[in-house]
Design a binder for this molecule. Structure first.
Ligand code: PLP
Length: 292
């Protein structure tokens, strides 16, 4: 039996090992669609409303029909129920919305839940070694090429995955992209946060990076605990000089950067604080969604 769950947008639960897409689905042949990934923890999905809001923004960027959020909430509920029926472990819930078949018809929508990759627990516990890679375009690209879909979470992640394989060839676990002028952008699947004393800094989304839901939630919690939280330009040298650097995301949560381009980074005094604030953040954004 599969340890995975698949539920389509019409509310049907599918055999997770059975084929689902048509051969001409634009998700498969063009990467033409959007997605979200959320953590399932303690039998509940974390930050559903934040992720649905970003799914809606990404869909708008691709001129896809506005997602019917009530249907998505239903599908999320069904998928998480299916998952928790057989597992009390954390899961990765993915929402996928493609333009549909090339031959026409409705968009394709479905949710899956699966176990966390072992890389995730390792990154949480031991941190990650990181290399910087030039993404090759300017921080102005998002503004000058609004059709370029920077900041939308599209299904076209082939370049991000290629960057991770390139990093692996260099002996590193993960990547921090830089712009053509050398500014820090984001990871292929994470947001970069650095600490200077009790100040947390992340690059601004206007530089053409994804608006991370986890960093937003972290900054809310951290501000309430006396941290100063800033969105400001960051350069690789700032990462080396920082008191701590993390890759932050919905599934891995906080992965401390242990080495950057081979340079060892110190264990930050606030390492435990950041870990617990991110935990609180992802769990409480679930609560505020329920309150909303
Ligand atoms: N940036 C990129 C490119 C990502 O793929 C992700 C994760 O999905 C993030 C940032 C972090 O976003 P979130 O915290 O919403 O998972």
């Amino acid at each position: 039996m599969s340890d995975r769950v698949v539920v389509t947008l019409d509310g049907q639960v599918h055999d997770a090992d059975a084929p689902l897409l048509h051969a001409d689905d634009l998700a498969a042949v063009r990467g033409d669609g959007v997605f979200e990934t959320l953590l399932v923890r303690g039998g509940a999905p974390c930050g559903v409303e934040l992720h649905l809001a970003r799914l809606t923004a990404s869909a708008a960027a691709l001129d896809l029909p506005t997602p019917d959020l009530d249907s998505w909430r239903l599908v999320v509920g069904l998928a998480v129920d299916e998952w928790t029926r057989t597992s009390d472990a954390e899961g990765a819930l993915r929402l996928v919305l493609s333009r549909g078949r090339e031959s026409g018809g409705e968009p394709t929508g479905y949710a899956t839940v699966g176990p966390l990759h072992e890389r995730v627990t390792k990154a949480r516990d031991e941190g990650v070694s990181v290399v910087t890679l030039n993404r090759g375009y300017s921080v102005d690209y998002a503004a000058s090429a609004p059709w370029g879909l920077l900041g939308a979470k599209t299904l076209s992640y082939a370049t991000n995955m290629a960057a991770l394989r390139h990093a692996a060839r260099l002996g590193a676990d993960d990547v921090i992209f830089t712009s053509s002028e050398g500014r820090v952008l984001e990871g292929p699947r994470s947001t970069v946060v650095l600490a200077r004393g009790k100040t947390l800094v992340t690059p601004p989304v206007e530089q053409g990076i994804l608006a991370g839901t986890t960093v937003d939630a972290l900054f809310q919690v951290a501000s309430s605990k006396g941290y100063t939280c800033e969105r400001a330009n960051v350069y690789p040298a700032d990462l080396i000089a920082a008191d701590g650097v993390w890759l932050i995301s919905s599934i891995t949560l906080a992965a401390r950067v242990t080495t950057l381009n081979g340079v060892e980074l110190p264990v930050p005094a606030i390492a435990e604080d950041v870990r617990s604030m991110v935990d609180l953040a992802v769990e409480s954004i679930g609560d505020s969604a329920a309150d909303a």
